[in-house]
Design a protein around this ligand. Structure first.
Ligand code: NAD
Ligand code: UD1
Length: 321
């Protein structure tokens, strides 16, 4: 893809999605600066291309550091965040310092440094549990968790930075992203990364609730492409877009498919649902398709098989990544 910008800052670039984005930016001949405090990211995610980027270990809340990292960039992809819904339920204030104030700092750095393109990583968690499915961008939003509120605040700030200051902001409401490099090591980690490692280690997983809650799982390479398309398209300015597949899957089905790949068919333990957990999630993808020309290309089974292979090849015999 021919990019309309030459140098990009990726906050959270040592993380799961960020590192795939960095890789794609380099492939598309862009200079990349990564700012990451390594709270949930890992430098090993950047290892294969570490000599081709500028990596700065630091926090988006350190405004001086942020300014230095952003200086000379003509696009910012803002991914740094406390990404776990339950973690924000436990730490509503600390997480807001990163997800609310940190996001505001990023937008403000773009304004003061005259950086015209910013893409924010938002979330379908802004929708909450309205029974209407699929979720479309014109619906009322009612987040159920501090995380959802924080992501929604970021979207509001992004819109006014576009309207008031002319920063071309676009917000992408990712549905549930999965793929290689998603860190499974915390109890807060994404469900697919946990199920992958459990199944390879022949350990039974935990399912919170009845397991009939559903998610629209989107493969990480598709999410990366949505970011590039949004940054490259002036029509995206001031808008929000769903980034999903338009297909959903229950957590019970997910375990069944994962078991099929690994050959381990352990019976999951069911615990209570997590507070703030959304029951059904499915994205209406038409706006991204019509305005950005984005449609997810990986089907779920294909993405799951690629992801499984990656965990299988990368895990040590002791079961660590
Ligand atoms: P991740 O945890 O792998 O990446 C987040 C990165 O941000 C990490 O590298 C972490 O070290 C860094 N970071 C956190 N706080 C920071 C701070 N204060 N300063 C600098 N760096 C900091 O998670 P991910 O899944 O790659 O998520 C990337 C973005 O996408 C996040 O904004 C997340 O909210 C959003 N998102 C993710 C999903 C998903 O399913 N994974 C869905 C919707 C939205
Ligand atoms: C995830 C993302 C969040 C994003 C949101 C968009 C992570 C860590 N969180 O949150 O950043 O904005 O998608 O929808 O990537 N579950 C189990 N067993 C487990 C783990 C999870 O049953 O071991 C269940 C959860 O209770 C939930 C579902 O699986 O119902 C998905 O959980 P999770 O992967 O943590 O994602 P979300 O909470 O949807």
């Amino acid at each position: 893809m021919k990019l309309n910008f030459q140098r990009a800052l990726v906050t959270g670039g040592a993380g799961f999605i960020g590192s795939h984005l960095v890789e794609a930016l380099i492939e598309n001949k862009c200079d990349v600066v990564v700012l990451d405090n390594l709270s949930s990211g890992n430098p090993s995610n950047l290892l294969p291309f570490k000599d081709r980027i500028t990596f700065k270990e630091g926090d988006i809340r350190d405004r001086d550091m942020l300014s230095k990292a952003a200086c000379g960039c003509d696009a910012v992809f803002h991914l740094a965040a406390v990404v776990s819904v339950p973690q924000t339920v436990e730490e509503p204030v600390d997480s807001a310092m990163v997800n609310d104030i940190g996001t505001l700092f990023v937008l403000e750095a773009a304004r003061t440094l005259n950086i015209k393109r910013v893409v924010l990583s938002s979330s379908c968690a802004v929708y909450g549990d309205d029974p209407e499915l699929p979720k479309n961008e014109s619906m009322n939003v009612k987040p159920l968790s501090p995380y959802g509120v924080q992501k929604l605040n970021g979207e509001h700030y992004a819109r006014i930075y576009c309207d008031l200051y002319g920063v071309k902001t676009a917000c992408l409401r990712y549905f549930n992203v999965f793929g290689p490099r998603q860190d499974p090591s915390s109890p807060y980690s994404g469900v697919i990364s946990i199920f992958m490692t459990k199944s390879i280690n022949a350990e039974t997983p935990v399912i919170f609730g009845d397991g009939n809650q559903s998610r629209d799982f989107v493969f990480v390479k598709d999410v990366v492409r949505a970011n590039l398309l949004a940054a490259n398209n002036d029509r995206a300015a001031g808008l929000v877009f769903n980034v999903g597949t338009g297909r959903s899957m229950t957590i019970n089905e997910l375990w069944r498919l994962t078991s099929g790949l690994s050959g381990f068919h352990g019976e999951p333990t069911h615990l209570d649902s997590r507070p703030g957990d959304i029951y059904a999630s499915l994205g209406d993808t038409r706006r991204a398709e019509s305005d950005l020309g984005f449609k997810a290309e990986y089907d779920f089974e294909q993405g799951l098989a690629l992801t499984f292979q990656w965990y299988k090849n990368t895990m040590t015999p002791e079961g660590h990544l």
